[in-house]
Write a protein that binds this ligand. Structure first.
Ligand code: FES
Ligand code: FE2
Length: 459
């Protein structure tokens, strides 16, 4: 194995050590969050789950979805979180509102579908009460049969705060939460180069997993397992020399080099099939490639730059690394977004309404319409580059119910992660297990757990 023997956790890994003038590559200063094992009870305790809901989920900004999914006035989608369901509605050209998805008459869930569009009102399927896009109660069926005092309160839909940042819609239940920008920390600055409002969701899958949401999140917050669980991808991905940056508010990121062989890969000399595959997506014939292995990334980057520019996409603000590598951001507490000029890969974990040992896992793939089919990262991100964006219709949320559906819907890497975490969850309950021990390659895990603790410690 060809890994560094002199790893210095205070310095960590810098992806592009030679580059000092590209602000978004800058390594964040080291944050010491200690080495204590994490108490396993937080992965199964109903009490911990209840505290998490009251003190964290009810107070944070949640990533709900994308504004490109509700382009026209009256378009809506639903977002379920724990015991709640929310309705997110386009109410005007630049305005989006969110409501609890619950009718104020007898409490029925108002909207059942994942997506839809209404002309100007929502009608409850139980007794037909109608609500305007602004949430106001517009019509009560047989109003004359209600005594006036029964209808005297505010019976409009209950509103939750909702804000949009670069095409990403967030909501919070907490009316006194600080503004979204405060919660996102560095995210707006780091996502600014990418035109997310233009990107289209080309795939969305949801699966219920028999694990706590953090058991699921943990596996996506480290690349330490990649060489064991996903050895098939290490031919063109450096899973060891990963730049990890921890930021304020529980935000963190990975910068993972693609087009570079893992130091754990046996053959360090040959242009392997995975590297050839990346060259070929970039339009480069491996037979003509005369550079050495260390120049594969820059060759891919410059080819992608020309391809993107030929499509009229200005690439002047991108570093080569943004055209080749994986830039994966974790927005506290439960969503990771790999962000690229040509699209985005979103992975999200949501708590189950009642069971601490279940969760929902969502994957959304987005493609920039001008750059569809041009991703050198395709093979690694299970990306749908073949989608026809000229005749775009938003694909439905697909619920993966069987093992077979998971295998095809999540792709091999996601399925390998699933097969693994279902064997981690029982370990959390074992009397023979004392706590989660983490190396510095797993520091993003500790970082988001530390932020959870911060929320839970507030009285
Ligand atoms: S519950 Fe909605 S109209 Fe009766
Ligand atoms: Fe994995």
């Amino acid at each position: 194995m060809n890994v560094k023997q002199d790893f210095d956790f205070r310095q960590g890994i810098v992806l592009e050590p030679e580059v000092s003038d590209f602000p978004l590559l800058k390594k964040a200063p080291f944050i010491d969050e200690g080495t204590d094992p994490i108490d396993p009870s937080r992965y199964y305790s109903p009490k911990f789950m209840a505290r998490e809901w009251d003190k964290m989920w009810s107070r944070i900004w949640n990533f709900a979805g994308f504004s490109s999914d509700i382009p026209d006035i009256g378009d809506y989608f639903t977002y379920d979180l724990g015991p709640e369901s929310f309705l997110i509605v386009r109410t005007g050209e630049g305005s989006v509102e969110a409501y609890y998805n619950v009718c104020q008459h007898r409490g029925r869930r108002l909207v059942e579908g994942d997506f839809g569009s209404v002309a100007d009102s929502f009608t409850c399927p139980f007794h037909g009460w109608q609500y305007g896009l602004d949430g106001s109660l517009k019509q009560v069926t047989d109003r004359e049969t209600f005594r006036p005092e029964a209808l005297c309160g505010d019976l409009g839909l209950k509103r939750v705060r909702c804000e949009t940042e670069n095409g990403m819609i967030f909501l919070t239940i907490d009316s006194s939460a600080p503004p979204l920008k405060d919660a996102l920390g560095i995210i707006p600055e780091h996502f600014a180069p990418f035109d997310i409002p233009k990107m289209k969701v080309v795939k969305e899958v949801t699966v219920e997993w028999p694990v706590n949401w953090k058991t699921a999140a943990d596996v996506f917050y480290e690349a330490y397992h990649v060489h064991v669980l996903h050895p098939q991808i290490t031919g063109a991905m450096d899973d060891y020399n990963v730049q990890i940056d921890l930021y304020d508010k529980g935000v963190s990121r990975f910068l993972v080099a693609f087009g570079r062989i893992s130091p754990r890969w046996l053959d360090q000399e040959s242009l392997n099939d995975d590297l050839k595959g990346m060259l070929s997506v970039a339009g480069l014939d491996d037979a003509d490639f005369t550079g050495n292995l260390s120049s594969v990334r820059s060759a891919i980057a410059s080819a992608m730059r020309s391809k993107f520019e030929a499509k009229g996409h200005d690439c002047s603000s991108y570093h080569d690394s943004q055209l080749v590598d994986s830039w994966n951001y974790g927005i506290f507490p439960n969503v990771q977004i790999g962000i690229y000029p040509e699209g985005a890969l979103v992975q999200r974990w949501r708590p189950h309404p009642t069971d601490p040992e279940k969760c929902f896992f969502d994957v959304l793939n987005l493609v920039h319409p001008e750059l569809a089919g041009l991703s050198p990262r395709d093979a690694y991100l299970d990306w749908r580059s073949d989608v026809n964006l000229d005749k775009y219709t938003r694909p439905p949320r697909q619920i993966l119910r069987t093992e077979e559906e998971q295998r095809s819907g999540l792709g091999l890497v996601g399925y390998q992660d699933y097969e693994n975490i279902i064997k981690v969850q029982p370990g959390m309950r074992s009397k023979g297990y004392e706590g989660v021990v983490l190396c510095e390659q797993e520091s993003r895990i500790r970082h988001y757990h530390t932020e959870i603790d911060r929320y839970l410690s507030v009285s």
